[in-house]
Design a protein around this ligand. Structure first.
Ligand code: PEP
Ligand code: MG
Length: 556
């Protein structure tokens, strides 16, 4: 069988035995002659709830030990739904109207799931949580076997149509040799999570993946983006074999480039240090706010930021303030319902308006941690589109600092930066750079907005590619204008973690690259080999198509 191609997510390879994961279960049919006794059905439902509660509590504890508290909170949200009166009363009423417990669960959850789905984007994650919980209850009620994602045997290759971020959180990276999915995208949050856990992964393989049966031996090669049935050997991927360098690296022509890690939780700090990160270039703080009932307190946040600063005593830690909205809904924030959340209230827009209190709490925690932690704190702001927004942000930082001074609380005003994620930010890069110390280009969103191609949509994956000349020209302009305005410029989107693109980004003048820890050694090696080749960069920027760009960069 020829290798199946998809999109490589983690540049590692693994061989193992296939286990399909399909959370769908078949309802047992009811014979028309059987009479349904509501009392028995209600007792059955209560028993299923108790079993589900026990399972969820065990999984929550196991995840907290194995991955981290933030990921464990996925299960907290499921426990909350299990006791939600809208759901339990809905099931009870449906049973009393003559349905079996199974039918009542399917129907009640179904209507809530539909409601969340109809709200689009921001609530999609809630719908996924409800689907997860419904499937758990139905599995218990129908007595079906289900693959327990947290207890997979060593050497499992997990195949699925798609995986929710909560599914990925449950995986034990020591047991799972690889993941491959029919759908999904490289910059989806589930893929970013697989990369953080250093699990070899390939997404968007297509329906051919479904032909591979349970028990088959396969190779998942995240480097090549392929799935191979009955492989002869495991290729030695660059990410697995390359030497780890803990020192800062310079290009062949002597330019120092900072190579930092993208993290979402404190559990990702030690792996980042181990793989030679100079610091953290993007701490996605929204992971601290997701899958819980209330926002983290100032103290909780302070401790998290302190941990990051203490993990890199001689490095820089760039923390991004809450980037909610878009594909990162946070239910308790009560955000407006919008037809197109990616173009609506998200990132800094929320922090300056609906979420001003949360923003102030986060700034207080950051300014305090910056004074006490070992490393150098830097704070950056997501989705800034206008100079006026940035001016408001800077005023808020100043006023939080004044408050802390008047309360006699030790604090520092850290280095500040702006993420460049929208065309508008590209055109205002000079003005931003004159006001802050650094710019960090978020190429995942920048590509989405420059190309008008959603980062999660399978229909436009060819357009969502940072190698389109328009995106490269946007990066080039940002670097030049940023430097002229006196700021250093980094890249923290997924393209920063692709070693074959390192010569391009370094050639464009970028000062810092930030990525998932797993790709740091390969990118450090690529930096040391890179030489500024002005002619190459000029010809890439003059290219008319992404195919011409790929040709000039000798990419296959
Ligand atoms: C980006 O948009 O490139 C980025 C780094 O932010 P996120 O992926 O969290 O949206
Ligand atoms: Mg972004």
């Amino acid at each position: 069988m020829t290798p199946l191609s998809g999109t490589g997510v983690t540049p590692l390879a693994g061989v193992g035995t296939v286990q399909w994961y399909d959370p769908q279960v078949e309802l047992s049919g009811v014979d028309a002659s059987e009479s349904i006794d509501p009392e028995t059905e209600l007792a059955t439902f209560e028993q299923a709830r108790d079993t589900a509660r026990d399972e969820l509590e065990t999984e929550r504890e196991r995840t907290a030990d194995r991955i981290g508290d933030a990921e464990a909170e996925v299960f907290e949200a499921h426990l909350g739904f299990l006791d939600d009166p809208q759901i339990t009363e809905g099931v009870e009423e449906t049973v009393e109207a003559g349905s079996t417990a199974q039918e009542a669960v399917a129907e009640t959850f179904g209507s809530h799931i539909e409601q969340f789905e109809s709200m689009e984007g921001r609530f999609a994650e809630r719908a996924a949580d409800l689907r997860d919980l419904r499937d758990r209850l139905l599995r218990i009620l129908t007595d079906s076997d289900r693959v327990d994602l947290s207890e997979l045997p060593d050497g499992t290759v997990l195949l699925a149509k798609d995986l929710a971020p909560s599914d990925t959180a449950r995986l034990d990276p020591d047991a799972v040799a690889g993941i491959a999915t029919v759908g999904g995208g490289r910059t989806s949050h589930s893929a970013i999570f697989a990369r953080s856990l250093a699990i070899p992964a390939v997404v968007d393989v297509g329906e051919e993946l479904s032909d591979i049966e349970d028990g088959t031996e396969v190779l998942v090669d995240g480097d090549a983006g392929t799935v191979v049935v009955d492989p002869e050997s495991t290729p030695a991927t660059e990410a697995a074999t390359v030497e780890i360098r803990t020192e800062q690296v310079t290009t062949a022509d002597g330019r120092a480039i900072e190579v930092a890690a993208n993290v979402g939780t404190t559990d990702e700090l030690a792996p980042a240090v181990e793989r030679g990160a100079d610091g953290v270039g993007l701490f996605r703080t929204e992971f601290l706010f997701l899958d819980r009932e209330t926002p983290p307190t100032e103290t909780e946040q302070y401790e998290t930021y302190r941990a990051a600063l203490d993990a890199f005593p001689t490095g820089r830690v760039v923390v991004r303030t809450l980037d909610a909205g878009g594909d990162k809904p946070i239910p308790y924030l009560d955000l407006p319902d919008e037809e197109n959340p990616f173009l609506g209230a998200r990132g800094i827009r929320l922090s300056l308006d609906e979420n001003a209190d949360l923003f102030e709490t986060q700034l207080r925690a950051l300014l305090r941690a910056g004074a006490d932690g070992a490393g150098d704190l830097a704070v950056m702001f997501p989705m800034v589109a206008t100079v006026a927004e940035l001016d408001q942000v800077l005023t808020r930082v100043e006023s939080v600092s004044d408050d802390l001074t008047s309360e006699n609380i030790a604090h520092t005003v850290p280095e500040l930066g702006v993420m460049i994620e929208t065309p508008s930010a590209v055109f205002c890069a000079r003005e931003f750079a004159e006001r802050v110390q650094f710019l960090s280009i978020g190429t995942n969103d920048l590509t989405q907005y420059v190309m008008a191609a959603s980062r999660g949509s399978e229909a436009v994956t060819d357009l969502h590619d940072p190698l389109h000349p328009a995106v490269l020209r946007a990066i080039d302009r940002t670097v030049r204008e940023g430097h002229q305005g006196g700021a250093w410029v980094g890249v923290c989107g997924e393209m920063a973690g692709e070693p074959e693109l390192t010569p391009l980004l370094v050639g464009l003048g970028v000062d810092e690259l930030s990525m998932s820890a797993v790709t740091i050694p390969a990118v450090k090696a690529a930096v040391t080999a890179a030489d500024s080749d002005a002619t190459l960069i000029e010809s890439v920027l003059a290219s008319e198509t992404r195919e011409a760009v790929r040709d000039r960069l000798h990419l296959g």
